[in-house]
Design a protein around this ligand. Sequence first.
Ligand SMILES: [Zn+2]
Length: 248
Amino acid sequence: MAVSLETRCVPPLRNRLAAIRRQLWAVAAFVAIAVSAAAQAPPTPPPAPAPQPPRFVVVLDAAHGGNDPGGHLANESEKAFSLALSVRLRSLLGARGIQVITTRESDSTVESNRRAEIANHANAQACLSLHGSQSGSGVHLFASSLPPAQPARFPAWKTAQAGWVTRSLSLAGVVNSALQHAGLPVTLGRTALPAIDSMTCPAIAIEIAPNRAAGNTKTGLDDPGYQAQIAEALAAAMLEWKAEGRQP
Ligand SMILES: [Zn+2]
């Protein structure tokens, strides 16, 4: 009865093979649909480039230099003091990621016009002209005495700062706040500033005098702690000025 056994066993095997074949066709069809859908899908656009932060440059102008010694301070010339402060401040700003351009790096003569050219060419967001003085107390901040005017496309030399005076006064306000926050006495003023008056950027003169208000004992310009305190406060002011510039 071998035949009857065969007839009993073969049909289930055939059925199973047919079922497997159907499943394979179903899988093949699914893969084909998936591949064609992927082929028809629109290409994913490349990610948009991250917006570039606005360029922020500070010009440090160490006043005097070369054959212009500036004022005579207690233990050094004003030109040496302003250069030392510029070097120290450049280092602090660089460490905070702020790009710095200086008008001089050594004891060299730099004319006022050249200083303005450097600042204007740098398209700076701030120019700090650094001075020292034996008279007065604390830090004297000066903006140009030019009357404010609309910024001109081709501003006249010697009066170009008129279009920027309003911004320069804002800059003086930010620097004033930072210095006061550091406990330093500050006076604000406006005066004719030969280099700054030709600048087309926010610009102020910062004149450092001995701190005579610190517990009645005079802290001189050659005091390393006083120099560091001022430089740190000015660096903090530039960070604040940069942050304000980002606001709409
Ligand atoms: Zn000076």
